[in-house]
Every structure is written in structure tokens, then in C-alpha cells.
Design a protein around this ligand. Structure first.
Ligand code: MD3
Ligand code: FE
Length: 214
């Protein structure tokens, strides 16, 4: 069957809430360049499982690039200018990532977004991320841009209260999600990643969130 001519330009942006926009496949055009940019970041600052203030190891492994990186230890959650593993500054934010985030934010109505932090999450099949708010950044007026790579995920899109009902939304390889404004403090999480092998990334999902943390 011939693909509908309506799809000739790829899937269109989807508004999930007043200030939340899903850009399906937005990162696909630059995927290889993005992976090339990520490789030296992961060499300098490998994925690691951080400990939460409660003393548990996080199921998600993570690292960062940019002037600031999100860290968790016995003392709490915060942004730090240095990688606690190496004692060195985090690797620089690759210009390609900065540009991609800026373009995605602009499409979603947040022109002039200049992130200073990129949190990189690594999920193996079975790994989930429990419901939380992103509130360690200084200015909740700044949006967040998320890039999903590898195995698909279902994210939970909640409300302002933990107990609010959640919607389930698919995040696929190459999808970019932007949220800000009144959606910035919504509770959200990720359901356990289903077993599978992604043709490009193997048995993993990687999610990058670009933030203005400081
Ligand atoms: C924010 N990461 O790192 S990003 C995180 O896929 C985090 O690794 C998830 O939450 C991940 O803090 C989710 C995508 C996302 C989806 C829905 C949201 C972020 C959201 C709804 C409201 C606020
Ligand atoms: Fe989050």
C-alpha cells in the first residue's frame, strides 16, 4: 500500500498538555552524529548507579555532561560542577546536543533555551523510574528537553500531585519531548522497560534530558 501523502513529512508534533510537546522522531536525522558526540562523554564519565539519600542503589544508571550534572548520594540530590567518580568537571555539552535542544524547545514554544546540564539515563530491560518531580533546578520557568534512544518506553505523565491520575505515553527511539510552563512540575515516571534488542543500541534505552539547572 502507498503511504498516505499526509505522512510525507513524517509524524507531526503532538501537544500532550498545554506546555508539553512530543516531537516524534525529531532526533533521527542526526542520530549517528549524536551517538558520535555521546561516545567521548561516556568514556570520560561512564554510566554508574548512584545511591539515594535512603541508601538504595538507583535502578537507572546515569551520567552527565555540561557545566552542571545531577548527582545523588547519602546527603541528597543536587547539581554538581564535578563528577564525583573522577573529581573532574563533567564533559562539555556537545554543541550538536545544545543545538538540537534549542531547536526542539523553539518548536514547542520556548525560544532561546540554553541548557547547562544534560542528564543521561541508562535503562536495561526491566528497569523503571518511579514517579517523581524534577525540582532540583533553580528556575522552573525553564523547560526541559528529553531525547529517547534505543528500546521503547512507556512514560507516566501525571499531574501536580503524586496521587493524580497518570496517562501512559509511548516514547520511541528518536522521539523528543519538551515540557515547561505549567507542566514543568508534573509528576512523571517510566514503566519497566520491556525485554528486547534495539537494532542500533541493543538491550538498552538511553534518555537524555537537557536542562537549565543553574
Ligand atoms: C517531565 N527521565 O531524568 S524524561 C529524569 O525517560 C526523567 O529517563 C525520564 O524523568 C526518562 O528526571 C523521563 C521524559 C518526561 C516525560 C514526561 C514528563 C519528562 C516529564 C512529564 C512531566 C514532566
Ligand atoms: Fe524526571
Amino acid at each position: 500500500m502507498i503511504q498516505s501523502d499526509l505522512d510525507l513529512f513524517g509524524p507531526q508534533p503532538q501537544r500532550l498538555a498545554s506546555h508539553t510537546v512530543l516531537l516524534p522522531g525529531f532526533a533521527l536525522a542526526e542520530l549517528e552524529a549524536l551517538l558520535d558526540a555521546l561516545r567521548p562523554v561516556l568514556r570520560a564519565a561512564p554510566f554508574r548507579h548512584m545511591r539515594t539519600p535512603g541508601g538504595q542503589q538507583m535502578a537507572v544508571a546515569l551520567t552527565n555532561c555540561g557545566a552542571l550534572g545531577w548527582v545523588s548520594d547519602d546527603h541528597g540530590y543536587r547539581y554538581s560542577a564535578t563528577d564525583p567518580l573522577s573529581g573532574q568537571p563533567w564533559p562539555a555539552l556537545p554543541p550538536l546536543l545544545l543545538a538540537l535542544a534549542e531547536r526542539a524547545a523553539t518548536l514547542a514554544g520556548f525560544a532561546g533555551f540554553v541548557p547547562d546540564a544534560c542528564l543521561v539515563n541508562h535503562y536495561q530491560p526491566g528497569t523503571r523510574l518511579s514517579l517523581h518531580q524534577d525540582r532540583d533546578e533553580q528556575d522552573y520557568g525553564q523547560p526541559i528537553v528529553s531525547i529517547s534512544l534505543g528500546l521503547p518506553a512507556v512514560f507516566l505523565f501525571g499531574g501536580m500531585q503524586r496521587a493524580d491520575r497518570t496517562r501512559r505515553i509511548a516514547l520511541n527511539h528518536g522521539d523528543v519531548l519538551v515540557w515547561g510552563g505549567e507542566d514543568r512540575l508534573r509528576f512523571h515516571g517510566v514503566l519497566p522497560i520491556k525485554p528486547g534488542v534495539h537494532p542500533r543500541l541493543g538491550e538498552r534505552r538511553i534518555n537524555l534530558t537537557l536542562r537549565k539547572a543553574g
